[in-house]
Design a protein around this ligand. Structure first.
Ligand code: ADP
Ligand code: ASP
Ligand code: MG
Length: 402
């Protein structure tokens, strides 16, 4: 008998029919002799709707109240799913993040899990009741309700699978697995049967939102096997696990893209030791996540520095960078939102020279200008104009025969 954590995303529980279908699948999993712990997201676009509602009501959105608001979405779906389960004779109990013992730090809207006191869940499983846990939320060490950042229900599921020592964490979504590119942009993208944690980390951090980045970090750190699959077809999906577990090392596995970033540029920065440290210490202290950094060669003792950050953090990044710029005597700070990032990920890249050149040639053929470049051992990313992004994704997918 196995213990399975099943996470259902927003589309999977979008309406009453979907909730009943999910309840049936949970019942079926139990009939096959497994114990199940369920994590749910808010129904459909509920979280987006709540964000819009907040915008209509006020421009003073303290992170604490935003968290209180957004956690309501998952409360609705967990209670409804428990009722649907009761209807078909499956005993189930809903738990908010707090009731499930998910303790986080106090960083509202992007809280990190610091501890899970899972005794109520363990007790439910022991008494053959299905715990249905609200995803994406916890309670802080200061006893406030927190959220784990958008897409955070994946993280809840993987964290629970880890502490409960589940045999597998199944992530049910609206696609049948992890594809060689976002199927919405590249309809010919193919499902990848198995992928390593390392590649999935790079994919998740470069825009492949099928799994939240934090959830993959958790899965890798605690070696939780993930199975990403569809709640519409229920067919076998993509296994995410340690490298070498029945995995071929493709040179390039997937193309990903990210269109929610901003490029901040600081001009005429005096070029001497300590300047970059001053800027990026200030940015880091604001909690802004930086992806790429480019610094030009200096001309007459001055240089330009650009970096990219999530668009949602633009205001914070701009204000802190502007202050730092004054402190170091730089000329100006500007933000460019019309950018997109395309990335190629593949574990085999490190042993195959020529991938980078081929990326540049492919983009050059389309007359797409590359504005920034960054690489890791198994990823290459280019910043391009946002209007060119989808063309770049499609062309690279084709060029590397994915
Ligand atoms: P959920 O609400 O179930 O968490 P998400 O919308 O967060 O679902 O994630 C699923 C979506 O991720 C898919 O609909 C797809 O458009 C997108 N996606 C982006 N890149 C990929 C990829 N490489 N493989 C599969 N899906 C991807
Ligand atoms: N409902 C939250 C969101 O839309 C969390 C999640 O779905 O994972 O971001
Ligand atoms: Mg998601």
């Amino acid at each position: 008998m196995a213990l399975i954590v099943q996470k259902y995303g927003g589309t999977s529980v979008a309406d009453a029919d979907r909730i009943r279908v999910v309840a049936d699948h949970i019942a079926r999993t139990r009939r096959s002799g497994n114990d199940v712990v369920v994590v749910v997201s808010a129904m459909g676009k509920t979280t987006d709707d709540l964000v819009r509602l907040a915008d209509l009501v006020s421009s003073t959105q303290t992170p604490r109240e935003m968290d209180m608001l957004l956690t309501a979405g998952e409360r609705i779906s967990m209670a409804l799913l428990c009722m649907a389960l009761a209807d078909i004779g499956v005993p189930a109990l809903s738990f908010t993040g707090s009731q499930a013992g998910i303790i986080t730090d106090t960083d509202h809207q992007r809280a990190k899990i610091v501890e899970i006191k899972a005794d109520r869940l363990t007790e439910a499983v022991r008494s053959k009741t299905v715990p249905v846990v609200a995803g994406f939320q916890g309670v802080s060490t200061a006893k406030n309700v927190t959220t784990l950042g958008r897409g955070g229900s994946d993280t809840t599921a993987v964290a629970l699978a880890s502490v409960l020592q589940a045999d597998v964490c199944e992530i049910y979504t609206d696609v049948s697995g992890v594809f060689t590119a976002d199927p919405r942009v590249v309809p010919s993208a193919k499902k990848i049967p198995a992928i390593s944690f390392e590649e999935m980390l790079e994919l998740a951090s470069s825009g492949g939102r099928v799994l939240a980045l934090r959830s993959v970090e958790f899965a890798r750190n605690f070696n939780v096997p993930l199975h990403v699959r569809s709640s519409f077809t229920w067919e076998p999906g993509t296994w995410v696990g340690e490298e070498g577990v029945a995995m071929e090392q493709a040179v390039v596995s997937a193309v990903s893209h990210e269109s929610h970033e901003v490029k901040i540029t600081i001009t005429k920065v005096p070029d001497h030791p300590g300047v970059a440290a001053a800027i990026f210490r200030a940015v880091a202290d604001q909690g802004v996540n930086i992806d790429m950094i480019v610094q030009n060669t200096s001309v007459q003792g001055y240089t330009d520095i650009s970096f990219t950050a999530p668009r949602s953090e633009m205001e914070a990044a701009l204000s802190v960078t502007s202050k730092a710029a004054i402190g170091i005597g730089a000329e100006s700070v500007s933000a460019d939102q019309d950018i997109g990032r395309v990335s190629l990920v593949g574990a085999g890249m490190k042993t195959h020279p020529g991938v980078t050149a081929k990326v540049f040639e492919t983009l050059a053929k389309l007359d797409i200008n590359i504005e920034m470049i960054s690489t890791s051992a198994i990823r290459i990313s280019c910043v391009v104009r946002e209007k060119d992004l989808e063309r770049a994704v499609v062309a690279l997918h084709e060029a590397f025969e994915l």
